[in-house]
Design a protein around this ligand. Structure first.
Ligand code: 3PG
Length: 306
């Protein structure tokens, strides 16, 4: 049996070593395609694979059509908006993610960005502190919980809005429950986004929410750029000179920010949230183990397609 790891943005070498160890322990071959430059390379590499591990790599109908032997694809990470789930189902391929495995890394990046920004990019000027500031967590999943923990460590006052999560889970992390989304945005100077990108969340963060944020508002997005209504965000930037946006990956409208809003934003060039050795190891090993366990026992615990 062959497992292919196909990652345009490679895992840390230590993670690959561990993934290989999991595969070899079960007499599986491990193929590796890193830093690929085009879909053709991906299609060739996946043609004889029984199982596939990816990160944010797009697994489309075209890829699946080239993967004649493929039975399972695991997105080593949380968000699986890069997997065409309907196509996976149509090709008889089980699709999974590895929830929680890279959450701490993403949560730490939230604070790395907040701190860097609050200290003026370490330029020598006078900055501000996080202690005592209100931090709103929009969606309280695995990452949101870590954000609440770290925020509390910094002495921030944490709030959360998530209609799908039990109040106890939020309050036991020391955060206050917001019953309505508007409450979160109108209360918190800092709002950190942890929503998945799907039909109901794409472009869901826009003018009506952001305009009510308190003075010196900072929106932090380590989720997906697609959940922001960029046109409306630009309208906010035009109307509110105090507004800041920190985002893990550049928005499509980055040229406008560069031209008009210098000093009011921070964008990473490549998605950095899960780019730690620890997160790569956690997610990579979990993905390999899920594949083995699926083949051995039919375990479909983390399946995300029907
Ligand atoms: C995730 O959804 O798990 C994160 O966004 C990480 O994505 P990456 O593996 O492409 O860094």
């Amino acid at each position: 049996m062959k497992i292919l790891v196909a990652t345009e943005k490679p895992f840390a070498p230590a993670a690959i070593e561990q993934i290989r160890a999991v595969a070899w322990a079960e007499d599986c071959e491990l193929g590796l395609l890193e830093n690929y430059k085009n879909i053709g390379e991906f299609k060739t590499a996946v043609s004889d694979a029984d199982a596939l591990i990816v990160r944010s790599d797009f697994v489309t109908d075209e890829i699946l059509s080239a993967a004649k032997k493929l039975k399972i694809v695991v997105r080593a990470g949380a968000g699986y908006d890069n997997l065409d789930l309907d196509a996976c189902t149509a090709h008889g391929v089980v699709a999974m993610n590895t929830p929680g495995q890279n959450s701490n890394a993403v949560a730490e990046l939230v604070f790395e960005m907040m701190l860097y920004h609050a200290r003026g990019g370490f330029s020598g000027g006078t900055g501000t502190e996080l202690r005592g500031k209100k931090l709103g967590i929009h969606a309280f999943g695995n990452v949101g919980k870590y954000v609440a923990d770290i925020g509390r460590g910094f002495g921030m006052i944490t709030y959360a809005f998530d209609p799908f999560v039990n109040d106890n889970i939020i309050t036991s992390s020391g955060a206050k429950v917001c019953r309505h989304i508007d409450e979160l945005y109108s209360t918190c100077q800092y709002v950190s986004l942890h929503l998945p990108a799907n039909k109901s969340t794409v472009k869901s963060i826009g003018y009506n929410l952001l305009i009510n944020m308190p003075f010196n508002a900072v929106l932090i997005n380590t989720a997906r750029k697609e959940i922001i209504d960029e046109e409306e965000l630009l309208k906010i930037f035009e109307n509110r000179p105090d507004f800041r946006y920190l985002s893990d990956v550049e928005p499509d409208c980055k040229p406008v920010f560069e031209e008009k809003y210098k000093g009011r934003y921070l964008f990473t060039e490549k998605k950095m949230g899960a780019q730690t050795k620890e997160a790569n190891m956690n997610a990579g090993i979990a993905a390999a183990k899920q594949i083995i366990s699926y083949f051995k026992t039919g375990d479909e615990r983390y399946r995300v397609n029907k």
